[in-house]
Each structure stands twice: as C-alpha cells, then as structure tokens.
Design a protein around this ligand. Structure first.
Ligand SMILES: [Zn+2]
Length: 141
C-alpha cells in the first residue's frame, strides 16, 4: 500500500495486476489494452446522502472491471475498514456504464435512506436482495 500506483504513482491503489499495485484507472487501461474492451469513463464525483438519523454520508464511487463485467461500487468515506456503507452493482462486460452508475446511485439512496431498527447483520447491496446465483435485474444481456 505504501508506494502508490506502479504506473502513475497515484496514492490510492485498489488493484494488483501482474504483481503490481495499480489505481483503478491504470488497471483498467491495462485490461483494455489486452482485451480490446473500451476504457471505462472516469468515476463520477462522490455522492452525498443524508440518512434518516440526519448524518451525512459521503460515498466515493469506483468503476472497475470485475471477472464477470463492470462493477460500480460506492464506499463511504471517513470510516474505518469494515465500517460505513458499501454498495456495489455489477453489469455485463458491455454494460451501459452511465446507466450502471445511475442504478448504483439509486441503490445507495435506498440503502442509506432506510432506517433499520438494529444494525443489519446481512451483507448489503443488490447481491443481498437476490437469490443465490441469480442475475441482477436489468443488467447485462
Ligand atoms: Zn495509476
């Protein structure tokens, strides 16, 4: 984690590819170069949502390639690892990325806007709402 992205020296690295730590952008560029898939657009600005408790949640949005397609992920800023909200949606390899981001934004708003009586012990996100092995509705082909 210490040295930053091997290609551009960005501080934040989330991906290890060929044994090198890379930022999302550089990892995507390498994947696009090898697969012929188009590079993903830059992620949108963080999404700010006010929860039912009045707390403000700032969600950083990541876009990256997952083994089965494109993942859009929102991770709450300013929280310790394992704390805070995290929401993820996955589309097919040729998904409409702006549509995927919009679906993520709606999911984030629903997740954070819901007041649970107790902390939810189950995983959150679209995967949690679907039966095991099913595909996300409206995504992929
Ligand atoms: Zn980089």
């Amino acid at each position: 984690m210490a040295d930053g992205c091997a290609d551009c020296a960005a501080v934040q690295t989330q991906v290890v590819l060929d044994g090198k730590r890379l930022c999302d952008r550089c990892a995507d560029r390498r994947v696009a170069g090898r697969t012929g898939w188009p590079e993903l657009p830059d992620p949108p600005a963080p999404q700010v949502v006010v929860g039912p408790d009045g707390r403000t949640h700032t969600m950083r949005i990541r876009l990256h390639r997952a083994p089965t397609g494109v993942a859009a992920e929102a991770v709450e800023l300013g929280c310790d690892p394992g704390e805070g909200h995290q929401v993820r949606v996955i589309g097919g390899p040729d998904v409409d990325v702006p549509m995927l981001v919009e679906q993520l934004r709606l999911q984030v708003r629903d997740e954070i806007g819901t007041a649970y009586l107790e902390p939810n012990p189950l995983p959150t996100g679209m995967a949690a709402a679907r039966p095991r092995g099913s595909r996300p509705a409206g995504l992929g082909r």
